[in-house]
Design a protein around this ligand. Sequence first.
Ligand code: PHE
Length: 359
Amino acid sequence: MSALEALKTELLAAVAEAADLAALEEVRVAALGKKGRITGLMADMRSLSPDERKERGQAMNALKDEVGAALDIRKAELHRAALALRLEAERIDVTLPVRAEQQGRIHPITQTIDELTAIFADMGFSVAEGPDIEDDFHNFTALNFPPGHPARDMHDTFYLPDRPADGSRMLLRTHTSPVQVRSLLKDKAPIRVIIPGRTYRSDYDMTHTPMFHQVEGLVVDEKTSMAHLRGCLVEFCRAFFDVDDLPLRFRPSFFPFTEPSAEVDIGCLRRGGELKIGNYGDWLEILGCGMVHPNVLENCGIDSTRYQGFAFGMGIERIAMLKYGIPDLRTFFEADLRWLKHYGFVPLDTPSLAQGLTR
Ligand code: PHE
């Protein structure tokens, strides 16, 4: 075997043995690099006669081509192998079961607030908030409860212990209506807000807890009428309870801050211990409402000859109990995880009108 043949065999063997791209590159440099063996042999040809050089040159070129081709083939092979290895290493088994069910739950109060916020937001309402600790002015006086008015006593108010000289004791708000006053003083008319939040009254039994939640609604504009109030509440109740023909009944009532005032009943059916919401002929009270009293508007610096409005307030626990069949109000606040697991909602199922309030 000639020296060239031997070199070729050796180089091709080295190419075949290169285990990865780095090793292959070393083989290439050793053979065809500037100081490589083939390159070296080509330089040596200068000492040959022209004829010898021609013959030898052809053989050298053939060798160079052959080794170069072998290098290319091996390189492609190693590339494929490296890719296959990487794909295997980065492989994700999408057939694995999902993680165990999440344990956390959204409390029905939070869920109900999210649901009613979605409904009222669709009607153009924004959300307002106010403090739980209120003063007498916002909770009563500005809402047209004159000092000494008997309606104040009906609120079973929790007063804070400090007694300032002027007699203006702070209190835990007994309803969300003081935020009507705060919103009007701050943003003036026109306005369209709902106000969900905590409220407090000194009372405790199956249907009363000392802390509970209300949502207040307030619309003030130049041509707001009782018809708008009715339309708004019909729309809300039908969307919230998901009953398209749910009837509403307005009964005359009294609140110092609305005139005229009404209590609203929705249609229901009582059978045995069961209660069903719908057009069944029986009635169930769910909220209080009315046209904002001109005195309230004036107390907030709003011209009552130009503006009028409506307001409503309802208990959030109450509508949650009705919608979700929760029998005892007190259980809302017992922090019993079994109760929460049963009545709670899966996180991230945010209520929206487009996707459905509950899924
Ligand atoms: N604030 C009243 C209550 O707690 C409810 C209400 C709100 C009534 C707004 C009329 C208008 O009973």
